[in-house]
Design a protein around this ligand. Structure first.
Ligand code: SAM
Length: 446
């Protein structure tokens, strides 16, 4: 008997890439090709890349260099470059890497089976661009082992922030019809998913393609669906929030009290140069509205330091904003010039050493804030969805509704992955909580 064929996918970047990986895995599994964790035993290797920062894009090329060595022993091995670097590079990637078999852009993920077949027939394929008609088979998504079901509601981005390559790699904005979205959510609930995560680069800019609904209506509909235990969405664009959306977040307890709201900078001058379309004051006002609607809301953010023209004073404004908002989590990056974006042409670039030093100061401030916020949770009993096994024997890991990572001792019986358990927090660290799983209360029958 011939052994089953195997695939290996390496993924970088955002949740959208994670979902694209699940979609590619699903299509291959439909053809009887099985996943492996060992690239050296794979018949198909896919690199699902990210190009938001230069380092991520470089990493994918160095990995391609490593994987093409396997072709020496395995003549029939296929290597595909997928994701945002694939869209950015297209044909150039095939020229640069002679052993690369195909290039598949993010809007063409649904065509993987055809692309592999064309390659097997001898063609080196470049499938990029943004076709109107996109293939998306919700049955061909490998969601196994996941506790949350991700659903793309809006693709692409029209914002054109001066630093960001996403509009080039993921194309113009395009909302999926609500009927399709609701059908996919129902499908996930039928499979028993506890948590639904709606995805989009500007998720709260979703609009019914031919209708009146906006994101507030969609949130309301999904939150009301029986079986939706936790509802999340990422990434929200500050300028696109409306009072109706804030109201829905306050109204539905199953909308998680966690919101990722990238601010990028605390300085109005820098925000203007970034083309973000809001001011520091407007951002803080929105934070106030959200917290009034949902006092338990944990906020996280993205920040870029060392953007062209950022002065020490601008950076101090960012630190000040971070102190004021007290984010529960923060993702901060040194500015990285990206091809085809406007920011590299702006005056007064910041020296890399200055940007590194600012990034350090920002992390130092944020670590202290996170530790303080997490310390307030010591002694509390939290509801946790079990997401995996801990590094220490006898421990498991989970996520609270406000998206904090909790490591806990399993107790006599480990909890099922994907199940909900209660954990009492014993120790607070800046990036996680440690606790003890509480016994499930025994109901007395009368
Ligand atoms: N669509 C989201 C938005 O506009 O808020 C985020 C998109 S991006 C995938 C995730 C984060 O990467 C951004 O929020 C930003 O902080 C960071 N980022 C994007 N371009 C960058 C660049 N050129 N250099 C450094 N960080 C960047």
């Amino acid at each position: 008997m011939t052994p089953p064929r195997r695939f290996f996918i390496e993924t970088w970047g955002c949740q959208m890439n994670e979902l694209d990986t699940q979609r590619m895995a699903g299509q291959l599994m439909q053809q009887g090709i099985l996943p492996t964790h060992q690239p050296e035993e794979a018949d198909i290797i896919l690199l699902n890349s990210c190009s938001v920062r230069e380092k991520a894009a470089q990493k994918v090329y160095s990995r391609l260099g490593e994987y093409r060595q396997f072709k020496r022993d395995r003549g029939d091995l296929l290597i595909g470059l997928c994701g945002c670097v694939a869209q950015q590079e297209g044909e150039k990637a095939l020229e640069r890497v002679p052993d690369l078999d195909f290039v598949l852009g993010p809007a063409r993920v649904g065509e993987l089976q055809e692309v592999v077949a064309r390659r097997r027939a001898g063609e080196r394929v470049v499938a990029t661009g943004f076709p109107e008609d996109r293939q998306y088979d919700i049955d061909a998504v490998s969601r196994a082992g996941e506790y949350k079901g991700m659903v793309t509601i809006i693709e692409g981005c029209n914002k054109n922030c001066t630093f960001c390559i996403v509009p080039k790699t993921r194309g113009p904005e395009r909302s999926r019809p609500s009927a399709e979205i609701l059908r996919e959510v129902r499908h996930l609930l039928d499979y028993g998913f506890q948590e639904i995560e709606l995805l989009g680069q500007t998720v709260n800019h979703w609009r019914e393609p031919e209708g009146e609904w906006d994101f507030a209506d969609l949130l309301d509909q999904i939150a009301r669906m029986p079986g939706v235990q936790r509802l999340r969405f990422v990434t929200s664009y500050p300028r696109d929030f409306t009072p109706r959306m804030v109201e829905q977040i306050g109204r539905h307890a199953n909308i998680c009290p966690y919101l990722h709201l990238p601010v990028q900078s605390g300085s109005d001058r820098v925000l203007r140069r970034m083309g973000r379309g809001y001011t520091r004051g407007e951002y803080l006002d929105l934070v106030g509205q959200l917290r009034r609607a949902r006092p338990d809301l944990a906020l996280s953010t993205d920040l870029i330091v060392g953007f062209p023209g950022e002065t020490e004073e601008d950076f101090e404004s960012t630190l000040e904003l971070v102190r004021e908002v007290r984010f529960a989590a923060m993702y901060a990056f040194k500015y990285s010039p990206r091809p085809g974006t406007a920011a590299p042409r702006l005056s007064d670039p910041v020296q890399p050493e200055v940007a590194s030093e600012r990034l350090q100061r920002l992390f130092q401030l944020q670590n202290g804030i996170q530790e303080e916020i997490n310390r307030e949770l010591v002694g509390e009993e939290l509801e946790v969805i079990v997401t995996g096994w801990g590094k220490q024997p006898g421990t498991q890991t989970g996520r609270t509704p406000c998206h904090r990572v909790v490591h806990f001792a399993t107790g006599p019986e480990p909890a099922l992955l994907g199940s909900v358990t209660r954990v009492q927090v014993e120790t607070a660290l800046p990036h996680s909580l440690l606790g003890r799983r509480l016994p499930v209360p025994v109901l007395a029958l009368s």
